[in-house]
Ligand binder design. Structure first.
Ligand SMILES: [Mn+2]
Length: 353
């Protein structure tokens, strides 16, 4: 293994890479999966890792799995290898090696979990604070902006040069998890990796066009509705909005179509946090939380409701009405925010006249 880029890697990470390389080289049957309701990081990292496995071990049979019940979200269908993703329920192989990416717990593997349980060996690569080290080899780097950053390091450490399509998978992972290099997790590692990936042929404009400029008109109309309902908590430091079951029927959208709405709410100036609540079908409410300031850890708030995520981006599900969820969840975020002094130049309430 070459260590040309090992300056950023810890000794433990280099050892984990070496063990991963050995397990990959010895495997004849390899299955991979990211988490259920996959995002750009889960899919991009999984597909890039799948390519990496076939480079290290061309004889291996490699099956990238989908953990959830649904097909690949249309905006990620352009990723190279996305057409080879297999429904976890249709896979009955006994992998010599299972590789989980961007997945903090086995239950987030849902339909791919049986493959993990049947596997002789397992590897997990992740950056979630809440990660339970469930595999034989666990590479957890909480400071990584995305799992794609870590897979990128593995590619570099092995001295591999990916084709443009695979570089685009990793660039997608980094762009989506950093919110287009706008979230607090955006760091020099992510930017350097992105630069090298573009050098290898990845196209930032293609990623932007496919992921951020390809919304159906119905979703744009729902965005308008979400903007109409935009509210501030009593302190004026938390912006929130919501989506009802009725909205999904009216606009003929699926729950996962709502993932991008949090970015609309975060555009409000002067707030420290934002929340989007989405009414579920079974008396539950899914809440997406974002911190806009470094000192706030929304995964802390999420964990008090049994949820999880990262410092700046977390999610949780509560079993109550939408109205009650607004009270309790926005209330909890509000308390977390108000434990810290208000920042200067707050403009959330609009200009004071
Ligand atoms: Mn991720």
């Amino acid at each position: 293994m070459t260590t040309s880029d090992s300056g950023v890697l810890t000794q433990a990470e280099l050892q984990a890479f070496e063990r991963m390389r050995a397990l990959i080289s010895d495997a004849r049957e390899v299955a991979l999966s990211g988490h259920v309701s996959p995002d750009g990081d889960a899919l991009g990292s999984e597909l890039a890792m799948g390519w990496l496995v076939s480079q290290l071990n061309p004889q291996a049979r490699v099956t990238p799995l989908l953990a959830g019940d649904r097909a690949v979200p249309p905006r990620y269908a352009f990723l190279e290898g996305a057409d080879r993703l297999t429904d976890g329920r249709d896979y009955d192989g006994i992998p010599d090696l299972f590789i989980g990416v961007d997945t903090p717990t086995p239950d987030r593997l849902k339909n791919a979990r049986p493959a993990l349980e049947r596997a002789r060996h397992s590897v997990a690569v992740d950056h979630h604070v809440s990660m339970q080290e469930f595999a034989d080899v666990n590479l957890l780097r909480e400071s990584a902006a995305s799992t794609g950053d870590i897979v990128y390091d593995f590619v570099r450490a092995l001295g591999l040069v990916p084709p443009a399509g695979v570089a685009t998978c990793l660039l997608t992972a980094i762009i989506t998890d950093t919110g287009r290099f706008q979230y607090q997790n955006t760091d020099t590692h992510a930017l350097r990796a992105a630069s090298q990936l573009v050098e290898w042929g990845a196209s930032p404009s293609l990623v932007s066009e496919r992921i951020y400029q390809s919304y159906p008109l119905s979703l744009m109309r729902l965005r308008a509705q979400v903007l109409q309902r935009l509210s501030l908590d009593r302190s004026g430091r938390v912006a929130y909005s919501y989506v009802t079951q009725e909205d999904l029927r009216t606009f003929q959208l699926k729950p996962e179509d709502c993932d991008s709405l949090i970015d609309v709410v975060r555009e409000v100036g002067g707030v420290d946090a934002c929340v989007v609540l989405r009414e579920g079908s079974a008396g539950t409410v899914r809440c997406n939380l974002r911190a806009k300031v470094d000192w706030l850890d929304v995964s802390d708030v999420a964990s008090t409701f049994g949820g999880g995520g990262h410092r700046a981006a977390a999610g949780l599900t509560v079993a109550c009405s939408l109205e009650d969820a607004i009270g309790t969840v926005v209330g909890a975020v509000s308390r977390a925010v108000c434990s810290h002094p208000r920042r200067d130049g707050s403009v959330a309430g609009g200009p004071r006249r």
